[in-house]
Ligand binder design. Structure first.
Ligand code: MG
Length: 399
């Protein structure tokens, strides 16, 4: 009863969802719709899917929406916009929604490096950010965490592994932690050796065994680059050295990660693979409420498997550890090189194993800077994309 009273006393939370038409964005809206007394959509943003965005606007009646693609902005039929919703235009639209004094929480669900700006603005304004965009921490982890601390902003992880660790930690100090163990499904190519991966096909890489996600992160799951980026994300989010972060393959995607404490106790978070749970945990934090996410069916759950990563076949993982150790501009470079390489793979212009190969080559060439500004990070991002294009022109494909 006490719980219920404290929950109803909770102020209404007004939420801005950046990247609302993507996979995490639409799941966020489902969660928000489930808690009409607690959560309210105040702003939505999308890149170019204006029709989907306008439909969401009609359903949720936010105060603002924003399109980041100027071409989509020109095409959009404003007569379809509900009364009371304003279409914000121009480069500052996302910043305006994120920093408004009426905004309580910003869901950062824009895919890729394009997600950094919105997260940055929200943390600058001291907001709570439900962070689904791991690239923000991969690119600019030291800057972003320092900004959050300085401005009183808070980052709540939405990435399922980091949400699991955050929940298992339950406020314990870092001195209590032996190591964090990130679990990964292993993706569609789990069990394949390096030779077999040479001829890996795009349509197979897009078949993720347990999670339904967008194409970029699905390819990252197949290469294990996703886990690589998550090691970097965990390094910044929990302020721990990479030596205390491990990765293990867990094909069922039920145990979303665990924390091993100094005393040998291991705490984990379990649930079916369903993004709505980590989203709901972040949006309602610290309360645990009955929500729309799927439940574990203990009667059909037979076994949980764990196995070591084949580091030779999935060598993208080494790059994450390398970057988590070096910091500086290397995260922005790895992230951008990977985005560019995955883009080329999706177009059929790069072999599967060449994704990590291109990233390694670009990382090795890059002029490292130990404490870059945001502008320098954005420049490193652009440089790495160009280097991938150059690499593909100059390099013969993997034998
Ligand atoms: Mg994840």
């Amino acid at each position: 009863m006490k719980d219920h009273a404290s929950q109803t006393r909770q102020r209404h939370r007004r939420v801005v969802v950046l990247g609302s038409t993507g996979s995490v964005g639409t799941n966020s809206l489902e969660v928000i719709e489930h808690f009409p007394d607690r959560l309210e959509v105040i702003g939505l943003s999308a890149h170019s899917s204006w029709k989907a965005l306008f439909q969401q606007a009609t359903r949720f009646r936010p105060r603002w929406i924003a399109l980041s693609d100027p071409e989509a902005e020109r095409q959009a039929d404003l007569s379809l916009l509900p009364i009371g919703t304003e279409l914000l235009t121009g480069p500052d639209a996302v910043a305006r929604m994120s920093a408004d004094s009426d905004t309580d929480i910003v869901v950062a669900a824009i895919v890729g490096s394009a997600g950094l700006a919105g997260t940055w603005e929200a943390l600058s304004a001291g907001k709570t950010v439900a962070l689904a965009n791991k690239e923000t921490l991969v690119m600019a982890g030291s800057r972003v965490t320092e900004l959050a601390a300085r401005r009183g902003g808070r980052i709540l992880p939405v990435d399922s592994e980091h949400s699991a660790i955050f929940q298992a930690l339950a406020g314990q100090p870092n001195s209590a932690i032996e190591r964090l163990v990130l679990t990964g499904s292993g993706g569609p190519f789990r069990g394949k050796n390096r030779d077999e991966l040479k001829s890996a096909r795009l349509e197979d890489a897009l078949k993720h065994p347990t999670w339904k996600m967008g194409p970029k992160i699905t390819i990252d799951s197949a290469t294990l680059m996703n886990k690589s980026l998550e090691v970097i994300e965990a390094r910044w989010l929990f302020n721990l050295p990479p030596e205390q972060i491990d990765v293990i393959i867990h094909p069922e995607s039920i145990v979303h990660s665990f924390v091993e404490f100094r005393d040998g106790s291991v705490l984990a978070q379990l649930s079916p693979p369903d993004m709505r749970l980590p989203i709901q945990y972040a949006l309602n934090y610290p309360d645990r409420l009955s929500g729309p996410a799927k439940r574990l069916d203990w009667s059909s759950l037979r076994a949980l498997h764990f196995e070591a990563v084949d580091r030779k076949a999935f060598d993208a993982l080494d790059l994450g550890y390398q970057v988590a150790r070096s910091g500086g501009t290397s995260g922005a470079v790895l992230n951008a090189a990977n985005e560019a390489a995955v883009g080329l793979f999706l177009e059929g212009r790069l072999a599967f194993l060449d994704i990590a190969r291109a990233c390694r080559a670009v990382l090795a060439q890059h002029p490292f800077s130990p404490s870059p500004s945001i502008e320098e990070l954005m420049a490193a991002d652009r440089w790495a994309r160009q280097e991938v294009s150059r690499w593909i022109r100059q390099t013969s494909p993997s034998p």
